[in-house]
Design a protein around this ligand. Sequence first.
Ligand code: MN3
Length: 200
Amino acid sequence: MTFELPKLPYSYDSLATLGMCKETLEFHHGLHHKAYVDNGNKLLEGSGHDEKSLEDIIKDTYDANALVQSGLFNNASQHWNHIQFWEMIGPSGNKIPAKLNTALGDQFGSIEKFKDEFVAAGVGQFGSGWCWLVQNRDGSLQITKTENGVNPLCFGQTALLGCDVWEHSYYIDFRNKRPVYLQNFLEKLVNWENVTDRMV
Ligand code: MN3
C-alpha cells in the first residue's frame, strides 16, 4: 500500500473555539502528519512490507526489545495514530453515549476518575508520545501511555481514544501547559460517538 494523507472530516478553523486553532491544525495535519506520510512512503519502497495493510506493517515492524524503533515503524505508526486522532475529535461537542458511560463507570468507578487517570497518563508520559483508553482482548478497559509512535496495536489492544501529547499538538494553543490541553481535550474536543463505535 501507499500511505495517503486523509482529508480532515472538518475544516481547519472549526475547532478554534474548542481549544484547537486553525494554525495548530495547519501545522499538525498539513505539515506534521504529511511528513509521516511522505517519509513513510520513502521508507516503504523496497522494504518488503509494501504489499501489507498499514496495521500489519505496524505490527510486523514493532520491536518490543528495541530501545529505538525503526524509521518505517515510527512513520507508519504515527500515520495510523493521526488518522485515529482526527476521527476521535471534532466540532460536534457530543455527550458520552450510555454504552461507554456505563463501561467507564464500571471500570474506573466514575467518569471523573476516568478523566483524572487519563490526564495523569498524558502528563506522566515523559517526552513525546500518546495516552490512550484501550479495550483489552478480555473486554476490560484500561488507560495506557506510549512513547513516540508506539500504539495499542503493538500490544493487541483496541484503541478507543488516543491523545497526542507531542508538543506540536498543543504548543500553539496551550504553550507548555500539557495538563490544561489534556483537560480541554476531554471536555471539548473528543467525539464520544466515535470512541463508543470503536468498542468491540
Ligand atoms: Mn501529532
